[in-house]
Design a protein around this ligand. Structure first.
Ligand code: PMP
Length: 365
């Protein structure tokens, strides 16, 4: 379908909507960034002009999350998926164990990578329940000498999200925050490492943010290829090799935009309102729309639901597409419908979707 400029409601799961204001600024600066006579993409990554962009992006991450001084912030490539391997490669050994909390396909993929380096074990899983809920876990479920515990804070495919984070005592906690990073204030000190691919809440794909505690870095294995060591990127301020410069510039601009919205508390409040418009329609539909996640585990980022049969679901998705709603198909592995309501998805888009859902029900119930 041909759409006039930005005349769509973008509910893509990632890459996903970016703030229009950020795209317009990037467009304006595209051929001449900061009077350099060049695009950001054409600057040397060793130039002062680029370095300022790079460092500002890191500073903005630190400021928005109020990251304590005993943490490092780095940019790496390879997506969140490379982190699935880098984590056990750097922190697991043949003599240690790491506990994983299984809340969906991304947790499964992360877990799979442990086998090459040591022993991964499953602390808890909601697989039997089609990952409808976040399991209850506590420090009693892990061993004191585990190398780390891994969890996925938001489950992009199943539409569940941790509402509160567990405390695992002295065992380091590593979190995949790919699909809810910077969607609300968090207490970074509860984690020893946070990682996220940028392509949902932070910018274009190609950059992965890693926030890592110095005390965890000190425990890293030596026998790791240079580029796959976290320490390499810390020591070089993420300039060991050529970083994805344009992506980092965009990430910095998205963080500036978050600041301009009023910061993470405002972002969280708006995200709650946005998701509520859609969850309310599901809850008030008398079973016409069937939410996938248990209410207590619902995600404010990915709203997953079905209709009573596949034919009706297909019709729903087709009519939605005709009305300009993009990306409402569920993940190819599970089907159904999914509305991803990341930070940059405007409230109007969520209101429009809730209205469309009500109209569709009135016509087809
Ligand atoms: N973790 C989560 C929670 C995700 O949603 C995704 C991607 N959708 C990934 C990891 C994998 O990210 P990437 O494609 O950046 O490797």
């Amino acid at each position: 379908m041909n759409h006039p400029s930005r005349n769509v409601y973008n509910f893509n799961a990632g890459p996903s909507a970016l703030p229009t204001a950020v795209l317009e600024k990037a467009q304006q600066e595209l051929t001449n960034f900061n009077q350099s006579g060049m695009s950001v993409m054409e600057l040397s990554h060793r130039s002062k002009t680029y370095e300022a962009v790079h460092n500002e992006a890191i500073d903005r991450l630190k400021k928005l999350y109020d990251i304590p001084n005993d943490y490092e912030v780095i940019f790496v490539q390879g997506g969140a998926s490379l982190q699935f391997s880098m984590i056990p490669m750097n922190f697991l050994t043949k003599d240690t164990k790491a506990g994983y909390i299984m809340t969906g396909s991304w947790s499964e993929k992360a877990f799979k990578e442990t086998a090459l380096f040591g022993t991964g074990y499953k602390i808890a899983s909601s697989k039997d329940d089609a990952y409808r809920h976040i399991p209850t876990v506590s420090a009693e479920d892990v061993n004191e000498d585990d190398a780390y515990v891994h969890l996925t804070t938001n489950n992009t495919i199943y539409g569940t999200q941790w509402q509160e984070y567990p405390d695992f005592g002295n065992v380091p906690v590593i979190a995949d925050m790919s699909s809810d990073i910077m969607s609300k204030p968090i207490d970074v000190s509860k984690f020893d490492m946070i990682y996220a691919g940028a392509q949902k809440n932070l910018g274009p794909s190609g950059v992965t943010v890693v926030i890592i505690k110095k005390s965890l870095l000190e425990k890293a294995n030596e026998q790791v290829p240079t580029i796959l060591k976290y320490q390499t990127h810390v020591d070089s301020n993420s300039l060991y090799n050529t970083p994805p410069t344009f992506g980092i510039y965009m990430l910095g601009e998205v963080l500036k935009w978050i600041d301009m919205q009023g910061g993470l508390e405002t972002i969280q409040k708006v995200n709650k309102e946005k998701a509520t418009y859609i969850y309310d329609v599901i809850d008030e539909s008398n079973g016409f729309y069937i939410g996938h996640a248990d209410k207590a585990s619902r995600s404010l980022m990915n709203i997953t639901f079905r209709l009573k049969d596949e034919a009706l679901e297909k019709q729903f998705l087709e009519e939605a597409a005709e009305k300009g709603f993009v990306g409402l198909n569920g993940h190819r592995s599970v089907g159904g419908c999914r509305a991803s309501t990341y930070n940059a998805v405007p409230t109007e888009a969520c209101l429009a979707l809730s209205e469309f859902m009500k109209e569709f029900q009135a016509k087809h119930a």
